[in-house]
Ligand binder design. Structure first.
Ligand code: HAM
Length: 344
C-alpha cells in the first residue's frame, strides 16, 4: 500500500487496484438491481509502494474490465478473449490459466500443502520457509531451484477441485479452445490478490524480464458480499498500460518507417512543416520529424541519422527522396512522397 501522512497529519492511502472499489459502488449505485450481468471498465492511475524496477512503478496506469452478476463460464472466457485482443500488439505474449476452486477447497488445500511442505522444509529457500504459515501457495512463485524442484512434486489445487468447480473450469477451457486461443494450464499460477475464486489467468510477455505480467485477473465470487453487498459473482481483469507499451514497442516491432524532412532552400521551410504534419497522419509512417534549429544540410542529414530515419525527403530546388540505408537518392514530387506513405 502507498500510505503517507499529508500536511495536516492525516494518513492517506492511495488505491492499489480497482476491483475492490468497483464492488461496493456496484451496490451503492443500484447496479445489482439492473438486468444482470453488469459490465464496467476503467482506466486510471494506481499506486503501490513496491521497490521500483524495470516495469514496476509506484505510480502506474491500469485499464480494467469487470463483469458482475453472473457465474457463467462464458463471462470468464469472454473477458479473457477481450484481453487477448487488447494485447495483440505486444510481443511474445503467453497466457497462463488455472482455477482456485472455492474458498473452502482452497482453505483445505492450503493446510494440506503447508503440512506437505513442512515435511520437506529443509529443501526450501529461506523466504519461502518464513511465509509457510502465512501463504504456502506463494512457494509456487519462487525462483529458487531447490524450492522449484520440491514444488514440481507438490499436491496441486487443480486436483482437489469440487466436481462443480472442475466442470466450470472445463467449460471455460472449452470456450477458449473453440475460439482458437492458446494457453497453458499452470496449476502453480499464484495471483497476488486474495479475493480470487475459480478461474485465474495472467498474460505475460517474453520481452519484459522479471516483471513479465501484462495483465491478469480472475473470478471473485465472494468479494461483493465480503464488502457489504448481496451475494454476487464477479470476474474481471486489469492490464498495465506502461507494460503494454514496453512490450509493444520493443526492438524492431514498430509500425513502419521513420521519415525526416530536410530543408535545403529556406523558402520551403513552411512547406516542410506541412509535409511532416501530413506524414504523421499517414498510416505507413511510424514517425516524421524536421529540423527546428537551422542546421546546415549536412547537419540535418546527421540529425536524420541520429533519429533513426529510414528515409529523408529533401526540399530544395527540387524534391529528393533519399533512402538512408542504401544512400540511393532520386527526385520525387511531394505528392508522390505522400502517396507512397498512404496519404491522398
Ligand atoms: P494485478 O495483477 O495486481 O491485478 O495488476 C494487473 C496489472 O497491472 C499487472 O499485470 C501489471 O501489468 C500492472 N501492474 C501491477 N502493479 C504494477 C506496478 N507496480 N507497476 C507497473 N504495472 C503494474 C489487479 O490489479 C486486479 N485488480 C485485476 C482484476 C480485476 N482481477 C479481477 N478483476
Amino acid at each position: 500500500m502507498f500510505t503517507f501522512d499529508d500536511k495536516s497529519g492525516r494518513s492517506l492511502t492511495r488505491r492499489p487496484e480497482g476491483t475492490a472499489s468497483i464492488c461496493p459502488s456496484y451496490v451503492e449505485h443500484g447496479m445489482h438491481k439492473r438486468a444482470q450481468p453488469v459490465k464496467v471498465w476503467y482506466w486510471g492511475p494506481f499506486f503501490r509502494h513496491e521497490a521500483p524496477q524495470a516495469g514496476r512503478f509506484r505510480q502506474f496506469s491500469q485499464v480494467g474490465a469487470e463483469v458482475l452478476g453472473t457465474d457463467e463460464p462464458s463471462a470468464d472466457a469472454e473477458l479473457i478473449l477481450l484481453l487477448d485482443e487488447l494485447l495483440a500488439g505486444c510481443s511474445e505474449v503467453r497466457l497462463r490459466l488455472s482455477s482456485l476452486g472455492d474458498a473452502e477447497t482452497r482453505g483445505a488445500y492450503r493446510t494440506e500443502l503447508r503440512d506437505w511442505l513442512r515435511a520437506r522444509e529443509g529443501e526450501l529457500s529461506e523466504p519461502v520457509r518464513a511465509r509457510l504459515d502465512l501463504n504456502p501457495l506463494r512457494a509456487f512463485d519462487s525462483d529458487d531451484p531447490g524450492t522449484q524442484a520440491v514444488m514440481a512434486e507438490a499436491p496441486k489445487l487443480l486436483d482437489r477441485l469440487t466436481d462443480e468447480d472442475a466442470a466450470h473450469f472445463a467449460e471455460v477451457r472449452a470456450l477458449l479452445d473453440s475460439a482458437g486461443l492458446e494457453y497453458e494450464v499452470d496449476p502453480g499460477l499464484v495471483r497476488g490478490l486474495d479475493y480470487y475464486t475459480r478461474t485465474v489467468f495472467e498474460f505475460e510477455s517474453g520481452v519484459l524480464g522479471a516483471q513479465a505480467a501484462l495483465g491478469g485477473g480472475g473470478r471473485y465470487d465472494g468479494l461483493v458480499e465480503l464488502l457489504g453487498g448481496p451475494p454476487t459473482p464477479g470476474v474481471g481483469w486489469a492490464a498495465g498500460i506502461e507494460r503494454i507499451l514496453l512490450a509493444g514497442y520493443s526492438g524492431e516491432s514498430g509500425g513502419g518507417p521513420r521519415v525526416f524532412v530536410a530543408v535545403a532552400s529556406p523558402v520551403r521551410r513552411r512547406e516542410a512543416f506541412d509535409v511532416v504534419r501530413r506524414l504523421r497522419g499517414t498510416v505507413h509512417v511510424e514517425a516524421a520529424d524536421l529540423d527546428h534549429t537551422n542546421r546546415s544540410m549536412k547537419g540535418q542529414l546527421k540529425q536524420a541519422d541520429r533519429l533513426g530515419a529510414h528515409y529523408t525527403v529533401i526540399l530544395g530546388e527540387t524534391t529528393e527522396f533519399k533512402d538512408m540505408r542504401t544512400g540511393d537518392q532520386r527526385e520525387m514530387a511531394v505528392a508522390d512522397v505522400l502517396k507512397k506513405f498512404g496519404d491522398g
